[in-house]
Design a protein around this ligand. Structure first.
Ligand code: DON
Length: 357
């Protein structure tokens, strides 16, 4: 059954906020017709002042929220400080705006699926990924076995666990060490940093990932696992344990916002075409079974991880990342969702929100 999360438990607030946005925009449009200035609530232009104000306001509005709970099915994640709260917005031309905790690092978890997917598309092409994995959203939980069964291994989606483990199995590399090296280097290039493995998180999950191993074996049975299932699951577990802070994630998101070129290092990581395909999958499946609700409210492709991070991408403009470990029932950070929602609303960058000419 579909639970409502960001817009379930928090449904009343969200509906009110959406209603308020719509009222503000209507009022703004009416004022404009009469020749007066548009409403201040709909900030236009990504000036330094506007971005800083949007980040500060969102930070202050959400900093005291205690909603959600750290993931604990990976035991080490329960020990992470739930008060970590960092924001980084990085523009496509490389200006970095930050607020809050930039020192603390958390494991990237499922956000890594984005960068491995991008690597596989870059290496093998978009059609190959569609044929070998599939790109339709499952609409089910991120580690659903039923989703595999329903499709007999087809359409397993690279941003949920089955498709992500299959993506690892497809990454270039003759053995698991070479695949891991390729994946880590891809993450490093997206971040423009020498990222490290979070050893305790990796050990904690690797010792307890029988469900993901079962997923990999079921895919093998359906002919949809393309490398050893135990080793693919292990490399997948490692990629999920890459440690990042909000700034690292913000730059990774900004590389996607900038057509695959890291705006800080200027290195081309993947092509603009690969980036576009990757963003499309983020839009349809980035927040798991809450992806529809997210896109409905925010309008930007995004990706969450159970470590507490979320990235969102405003193509051509900026990438944004927020880290806050407490999650809702779908496994998405409560505070990160709200923060990104607030910033996107304030900056008026939902690409679907267009005032008629
Ligand atoms: O495989 C897992 O369950 C984790 N390593 C990653 C899951 C995850 O991040 C889902 N997130 N929302």
């Amino acid at each position: 059954m579909k639970r409502a999360l960001f817009f379930g438990k928090y449904c009343a607030t969200a509906v009110l906020v959406l209603a308020a946005v719509s009222i503000t925009m209507t009022a703004g449009a009416q004022k404009k017709k009469k020749g007066t200035t548009p409403s201040a609530a709909a900030t236009t232009g990504l000036s330094k002042e506007n971005i800083e104000a949007a980040i500060n306001d969102a930070y202050n509005a959400n900093k005291d929220s205690k909603e959600g709970k750290n993931a604990d099915y990976i035991k080490e994640l329960a020990n992470v400080d739930p008060n970590i709260y960092g924001i980084a917005l990085v523009t496509a031309d490389g200006t970095v705006y930050t607020k809050g905790d930039l020192d603390s690092r958390v494991s990237i978890q499922s956000i890594s699926k984005v960068f491995t997917l991008a690597r596989v598309i870059e290496e093998h092409g978009a059609k190959y990924v569609m044929d070998k994995i599939g790109v339709d959203a499952t609409g089910l939980r991120f580690n659903s076995i039923v989703a595999i069964e329903l499709q007999k291994g087809k359409e397993i989606n690279p941003l949920v666990n089955p498709g992500a483990i299959a993506a690892v199995s497809l990454v270039n590399g003759a053995d698991s060490a070479a695949k891991w090296k390729n994946i880590l280097q891809t993450h490093d290039e997206f971040a423009g940093a020498d990222l490290q493995l979070n050893g305790p998180v990796y050990i904690s999950e690797a010792g307890d990932n029988l469900r993901n191993q079962a997923i990999a074996h079921l895919l093998l049975a359906y002919g949809r696992m393309y490398f050893d299932p135990v080793q693919s699951t292990d490399v997948y577990t490692k990629q999920c344990a890459i440690n990042v802070n909000a700034r690292d994630l913000g730059i990774m998101a900004a590389t996607l916002a900038n057509g695959g070129v890291n705006p800080i290092t200027k290195k081309k990581v993947v092509s603009p075409e690969t980036t576009a395909f990757t963003l499309s999958v983020m839009a349809t499946a980035g927040l798991y079974d809450d992806s529809g609700q997210w896109l409905y409210a925010v309008g930007l492709p995004a990706k969450s991880g159970v470590g507490g991070g979320i990235i969102a991408v405003c193509p051509g403009k900026f990438g944004i990342a927020v880290i806050s470990p407490p999650l809702n029932a779908a496994g998405n950070s409560v505070k990160a969702q709200k923060t990104i929602y607030d910033i996107v609303k304030k900056l008026n960058v939902n690409p679907y929100l267009v005032q008629p000419k």
